[in-house]
Design a protein around this ligand. Structure first.
Ligand code: ARG
Length: 474
């Protein structure tokens, strides 16, 4: 019989069992469910709601179930619907009446909310770790290639020269913001819902503060109806993950372009590329393409849960069971993408000659030529027009700006002097952008120092969270 079967005369239809069961995916929560139940039983005993002996038997029985699940010896049953009832049934089977007292002063509604809060703290730790590994890699690769120069683009048209380190550090800062966003996710996940009961609180003299402290939560929900139906903390994670995937997807697009024969800026290692079944010459950037593709799937999970939530009346509705698969998949997908990216970037070869060579053959120094004139008193708008004419002339005559002679320069403005060629060398263009956040080598070096400090702070936050998320399961 079902744990809730008392008022029913007929068996549940098989297809309804299959349709409503969450055990195929929520069995992932067994550790959280067991830790939560032990804390609950101990609180019940401490407040005289069940006996100390019952609580001890419950704890012992649950820890045995934990071992049997981890050894792959536990049989999960669809008929028992979800992880909560699978474990509770097994407990009662093992220890009898004490097991039947575990669900006193609790509902599956606050129970599943507790499990998901615990799970989310663990997920945040896992994501934080993968983010930190990629942040470190980006900083290391940027440091290794500090003197490599390549064209910077706007509209995918060559714009101004930049350091490769500047380009890579832009991604460092994006992903650092993702790590910072995890803090908001953590704050929202670090609230303890058990004690809300089905929706309205419970009639027993419970002490949710005890469960909060036993599981290392910071706070309690102030409202029982909110406690059982809040899924904001999951949406916040999905939003954070969507943004992080978007960052990785942008990086992917650049890696794909850079690895193409047209660019030839980088070569990905064989270990991180795949071949074609028909074209023997191919070496495809599949990892980047898949990360770009999987971004769509993560966005989908955010939209799916936001849509599940939008019409829900208070408090628990079965719709809420739909919160799990998308979140689990997002945690796995984002973690995978972050980790594979760190390894791939570390093993990629940078073709510095090629990056530099394309700059010798274009007009990425045109802004600097205009700045040269403006610094000699020509109004910038006029200087812009003059350089525009020079560029046009060069295109017509198959030249670049540094091919021009001083007398050619002088035909456009008397303000040009001998030092113009030095002023528009690629190295000078880079060095001249010596402003806050700019690409001048000294500024980039300062960014790298700042990044090292930021990483030290993040490492500490990460270690603190990892400790808090560790379940008391001994
Ligand atoms: N499996 C359910 C879920 O994930 C657990 C809560 C069920 N509560 C209920 N009243 N049916 O949401």
């Amino acid at each position: 019989m079902k744990l809730w079967g008392g008022r029913f005369q007929e068996e549940t239809a098989l297809e309804v069992e299959a349709f409503t069961a969450s055990i195929p995916f929520d069995k992932k929560l067994y550790r959280e469910d067991i830790a939560g139940s032990i804390a609950h039983a101990q609180m019940l005993a401490a407040n005289g709601i069940i006996s100390e002996d019952d609580a001890a038997q419950i704890k012992d029985g649950l820890l045995k179930i934990l071992t049997s699940i981890e050894n792959g010896e536990f049989t999960f049953s669809i008929g028992l619907e979800d992880i909560h009832m699978n474990i509770e049934s097994a407990l009662t089977e093992a220890i009898g009446d004490a097991g039947k007292r575990l669900h006193t002063a609790r509902s599956r509604n606050d129970q599943v909310a507790l499990d998901m809060h615990l799970y989310m703290r663990r997920a945040i730790v896992e994501t934080g770790e993968a983010l930190l590994a990629l942040l470190k890699t980006l900083k290391e690769v940027a440091t290794d290639y500090q003197d490599v120069i390549l064209p910077g683009y706007t509209h995918l048209q060559r714009a101004q020269p930049i350091l490769l380190a500047q380009h890579l550090m832009a991604y460092f800062h994006m992903l650092a913001r993702d790590f910072r966003r995890l803090e908001g996710c953590w704050q929202s996940a670090d609230i303890m819902p058990l004690g809300a009961g089905a929706l309205a609180g419970t009639t027993y003299p419970t002490q949710p503060e005890m469960v909060r402290d036993a599981l290392g939560f910071k706070a309690l929900y102030a409202n029982s109806m909110d406690a059982v139906s809040d899924r904001d903390y999951l949406l916040e994670y999905l939003a954070m993950a969507s943004i992080a995937m978007m960052h990785l997807s942008r990086l992917s697009e650049e890696i794909i372009l850079w690895a193409s024969s047209e660019y030839r800026f980088i070569e990905l290692s064989d270990a991180f590329t795949t071949g074609s079944s028909i074209m023997p010459q191919k070496k495809n950037p599949d990892v980047s393409e898949l990360v770009r593709g999987k971004t769509g799937r993560v966005y989908g999970h955010f939209i799916a849960l936001a849509t599940v939530m939008k019409g829900l009346p208070l408090a628990y509705n079965k719709d809420l069971q739909e919160d799990k698969e998308g979140v689990f998949d997002t945690v796995a997908t984002l973690g995978f993408a972050l980790r594979v990216y760190a390894d791939m970037l570390r093993s990629m070869k940078v073709n510095r000659e090629r990056m530099r060579a394309v700059l010798d053959d274009d007009f990425s120094n045109a802004t600097d030529m205009a700045d040269y004139l403006a610094k000699r008193g020509v109004p910038f708008r006029e200087a812009h027009a003059i350089v525009g004419k020079a560029v046009h002339y060069c295109i017509e005559n198959n030249k670049v700006l540094t091919d021009l002679t001083l007398s050619e320069f002088k035909t456009w403005s008397p303000a040009f002097d001998e030092d113009i060629l030095d002023a528009i060398s690629i190295e000078a263009c880079i060095a001249a952008r010596d402003t806050h956040g700019g690409t001048a080598p000294a500024r980039v070096a300062r960014q790298l120092e700042g990044a090292a400090k930021l990483l030290a702070v993040y490492e500490k936050i990460q270690a603190e969270r990892a400790e808090k998320a560790t379940l008391p399961l001994a």
